[in-house]
Design a protein around this ligand. Structure first.
Ligand SMILES: Nc1ncnc2c1ncn2[C@@H]1O[C@H](COP(=O)(O)OP(=O)(O)O)[C@@H](O)[C@H]1O
Ligand SMILES: [Mg+2]
Length: 219
């Protein structure tokens, strides 16, 4: 069964594109047939792919873009691929709402401690719940805490997860966190995923991506 995975939020700079490419590379390495559908006209994935092609990194990526009938396009791709990873703009947008109608999974990201904009988050959650209540009752939405501190004394991520999970009006938060690591940034900047980026730090990133996907049963 193919899966459409939407990377979305009402906010930019939360890590959607960075984590999309690392998840993509991991899925390809596991032998999954993947397509990327770019629905963000800032074209972050196109830039990443240009760098990847410039450096002749294999495998190449099946890349598509669409800014109008995103859901139809994603569903069509899903007939040919195991996974369709759909990137959406970092703002409250029609693209995001359309993407919610076809998402099997929604991954949305928050950085703990960065002034969590509860208002932005609650509007996003509202869009998700509306889609679930009407057009897409089987979507699995998840909040992933990204850019968490690597300092074990830092409690921001724990407190935020507790706060969100205590209230059923929010979306579920994964146990697995993604920490702030240079490896994610550098892999992305060099046209790679964290699984193609070799250093100790990258190693931890690879583990985080794998555990995250296992936890949400994506793979
Ligand atoms: N886990 C992480 N560790 C380190 N840097 C990160 C991480 N996640 C995102 N970043 C950095 O944060 C910035 C915004 O990420 P990006 O993926 O472009 O966000 P979005 O697509 O949501 O707008 C980029 O500079 C990226 O390198
Ligand atoms: Mg982006």
């Amino acid at each position: 069964m193919s899966k459409i995975v939407v990377f979305g939020s009402h906010k930019g700079g939360v890590g959607k594109s960075t984590l999309l490419v690392s998840i993509l590379v991991y899925l390809m390495r596991k032998g999954k047939k993947c397509a990327v559908l770019e629905g963000d006209d800032q074209n972050s994935i196109k830039d990443w792919l240009a760098e990847r092609r410039e450096q002749d990194i294999v495998p190449d990526v099946e890349y598509f873009e669409c800014y109008t009938d995103i859901a139809e396009r994603a569903r069509k791709l899903a007939t040919r691929f195991d996974f369709v990873l759909l990137d959406t703009p970092g703002r409250k947008s029609a693209e995001f709402r359309k993407a919610l109608t076809c998402a099997d999974y929604l991954l949305t990201f928050i950085e703990p401690g960065a002034q969590v904009e509860i208002n932005t988050l609650s509007q996003m959650v509202n869009d998700v719940k509306t889609a679930q209540a009407s057009l897409n009752p089987t979507m699995h939405p998840w909040i992933v805490l990204n850019r968490c501190s690597t300092d074990p004394r830092d409690q921001d991520a724990t407190e935020l997860r507790q706060m969100l999970n205590d209230d059923p009006d929010w979306l579920p938060v994964t146990r697995q966190r993604i920490h702030a690591r240079k490896a994610y940034k550098q892999a992305y900047n060099s046209g790679r995923g964290v699984h193609e980026y070799q250093d100790n730090n990258g190693n931890k990133g690879r583990g985080e991506i794998e555990m995250l996907l296992q936890e949400i049963n994506l793979i």
